[in-house]
Design a protein around this ligand. Sequence first.
Ligand code: HEC
Length: 173
Amino acid sequence: MTRFAKRLAVTWWAGGLLALLLLTWSAPLAAMEAPGADAEALWQYINQDAGFRKWGTWPEFVKLRRSFSPFGFFIRVFVNDVALKSRGNTLPPGSILVREGFGMDTNTYAPNDEVLGYTVMYKIKGFNPAASDWFWAHYTGTGKVVASGAVDQCIKCHDTGRDNDFVLDHKVR
Ligand code: HEC
């Protein structure tokens, strides 16, 4: 092998190694792709990186508050950037709203820190045009799927907010 060929071989070898290292390092950093209509993939998606608890929210949900639905006595709601940045009277595909429902202390009626469950609205283009393409998901406090899809129970109750893109306690605009 000539000196030149040797040098070339070494450069290629080192370059290849570097590329491989970069690939393996950067892979976990790459954000997950937005999931389809799959409640388990959605759970992983909203829990990646720092998770949905680091998301923002709408003014109505800044504080822990009483809930008037069967999924917790007190709730917090987290809203992803796609929904937060939206302007208009329907939220765009990719919007995710996560409601965290807490239990209540039976003596003091104060919230306790037991998470009773999570209910999630996730908009997927073309998923269910009859009800504004929301994918609905209900999870236990530890993230096990209870129900998901075009869940009748969710849609029936949220239908009172049909003119507000099925969102009940925030004015979509
Ligand atoms: C019996 C009525 C009822 C049913 C059934 C219901 N919800 Fe709701 N939901 C509400 C009410 C009322 C609110 C407003 C905040 C609160 O009081 O909890 C709400 C709020 C929400 C929010 C926060 C955004 C908003 O609309 O204000 C999400 C997310 C949500 N529900 C998801 C679901 C999912 C998923 C299901 C089905 C598993 C479901 N809900 C079923 C009544 C209901």
